[in-house]
Ligand binder design. Structure first.
Ligand code: SF4
Length: 353
C-alpha cells in the first residue's frame, strides 16, 4: 500500500518531506493487487533501533512526516515504540492499514501517537472481499473505520484505481464524507509484485485515464475542502509547467547546500532496510544506503550525490522528455514512469557495457 499525507503542507504550514517506512511485508491478507507481494508467512521486520536512527538524523535534515506502510503495519511488533519515538522527534505520523486489526489494546495505544490513518478500500462489499481474497474483509474494515474515528484526529480512505474505477469514485467520495473522512487518496494500480501476476494484461487506455482524471477533478471541485481528494496522476501541462516538481528542485544547488530533504522530498525505507529515492521498488542501482550501514545519513546522501545523482537526473530528464513528446496521452503517472525508467537506464548501461 502506498502511503501519503493528505496535502502538500502539514497543518502547521510546513511543506511535507516524507520518510516512507515499510518495516515488514507481513500481512493478514493476500490481496490480488498487492504491489509488494505482502503475505501472512513473512516473519521478522526491520530493526526498530535502526529505523529510529535514520528518523533521528532525518529530522535534523528537515524530514517531518513518517508514513508507515507494509505489509500491514499493525502486525509489526515494535509499532508502538516506533510511532512514540517518531512523534517525540516531531514527526507527523501517518499509517496506511487494511483496517482489520484495530481492536486490540496495543492498536489503541499506537493511535495516541498517530496523526493520520488511511484505510484501504477496493469498492463495495463484494468487490472489496474479492480483491482481498477474504470474505468478511469489508465488514471488518468498516468496524476498523469506527475505531479509528474514535481515536485519531484525521483519517481517510485509500483506493487502488483500475481502468474502470472512475465509475466508483462518486460512491467512494460519498462514503468518505458520510464517515467523516478528511482524505480520499486514489492511487493507480501498479503492475508490480502480486499485481503483475493477477492483472498482467490490464492496460490504462487514454479514455480510461481521461475519465479517471476528469471524474476525480469534478469530485475535487465538489467536495473540497470538506474532503481532500488526491489522485496520483498528472496532466502533461502540469508536468511541463512544473519542472521543479519533476526534477525535485534545483538538484545541484540543493546538493551544494546539503539540502537533501529538498532534493528527496520522499525517502523510502523498504522491507530490506534499503533507502531509496522516488518510490518503493525502483532499481537498486539508485539505492542511497541501508539502515544497517554504519554511516551517517548525510554521508549516504553525499555518496549518492557523487556516484548516482547525475544518473538519476538523466532518468528524470528522459521521463520528462518522453511525456512532453508523447502525443497519444495527456495523463501520466509520473512516479511510475520514473520508476520504470530506472530499470531501463540500468539495462541500457548493461547493454552498452
Ligand atoms: S495490499 Fe495491503 S492489505 Fe493487501 S496484502 Fe498488500 S499490504 Fe496487505
Amino acid at each position: 500500500m502506498r502511503t501519503e499525507t493528505p496535502a502538500e503542507t502539514l497543518p502547521q504550514g510546513r511543506v511535507s518531506k516524507i520518510i516512507q517506512v515499510h518495516p515488514s511485508l507481513k500481512c493478514n491478507l493476500f490481496c490480488k493487487h498487492c504491489y509488494s507481494s505482502s503475505a501472512p508467512q513473512y516473519k521478522e521486520g526491520l530493526s526498530v533501533k535502526s529505523i529510529l536512527r535514520i528518523l533521528e538524523e532525518g529530522a535534523g535534515m528537515g524530514y517531518n512526516v513518517v508514513s508507515l506502510s507494509g505489509g500491514e503495519p499493525f502486525l509489526y511488533r515494535p509499532l508502538e515504540e516506533l510511532v512514540q519515538a517518531s512523534k517525540a522527534l516531531g514527526y507527523f505520523n501517518s499509517i496506511t492499514t487494511n483496517g482489520m486489526l484495530l481492536r486490540s489494546a496495543s492498536a489503541q495505544r499506537v493511535f495516541r501517537h498517530v496523526n493520520l490513518v488511511a484505510i484501504s478500500i477496493d469498492g463495495r462489499e463484494q468487490q472489496h472481499d474479492e480483491m482481498r481474497s477474504m470474505p468478511g474483509a469489508y465488514q471488518k474494515m468498516m468496524e476498523g473505520v469506527d475505531i479509528v474515528k474514535a481515536h485519531v484526529p484525521n483519517f481517510g480512505f485509500i483506493h487502488t484505481v483500475q481502468p474502470d474505477s472512475w465509475q466508483l469514485f462518486p460512491w467512494l467520495a460519498g462514503l468518505a464524507v458520510d464517515k467523516g473522512a478528511a482524505l480520499l487518496h486514489l492511487h493507480p494500480l501498479e503492475l508490480a509484485g502480486r499485481a503483475s501476476t493477477s492483472f498482467g494484461n490490464m492496460i490504462f487506455g487514454e479514455e480510461a485515464l481521461l475519465k479517471t482524471y476528469i471524474t476525480h477533478y469534478y469530485l475535487k471541485t465538489y467536495y473540497e475542502p470538506q474532503l481532500f481528494i488526491q489522485l496520483d496522476l498528472l496532466h502533461r501541462d502540469h508536468i511541463r509547467d512544473n519542472p521543479a516538481f519533476c526534477f525535485h528542485a534545483d538538484a545541484l544547488s540543493a546538493c551544494d547546500l546539503g539540502d537533501f530533504s529538498c532534493l528527496f522530498r520522499e525517502l523510502i525505507i523498504d522491507e530490506h532496510g534499503d533507502l531509496l529515492p522516488i518510490a518503493h521498488g525502483c532499481s537498486k542501482r539508485f539505492r542511497i544506503g541501508n539502515i544497517e550501514e554504519d554511516l551517517p545519513l548525510v554521508e549516504m546522501f553525499n555518496r549518492f550525490a557523487q556516484q548516482r545523482l547525475g544518473e538519476l537526473m538523466q532518468v528524470y530528464q528522459q521521463t520528462y522528455d518522453e511525456i512532453l513528446n508523447n502525443t497519444e496521452h495527456e495523463i501520466f503517472n509520473w512516479a511510475e514512469l520514473v520508476l520504470k525508467n530506472t530499470f531501463r537506464y540500468e539495462q541500457e548501461l548493461a547493454c552498452a557495457g
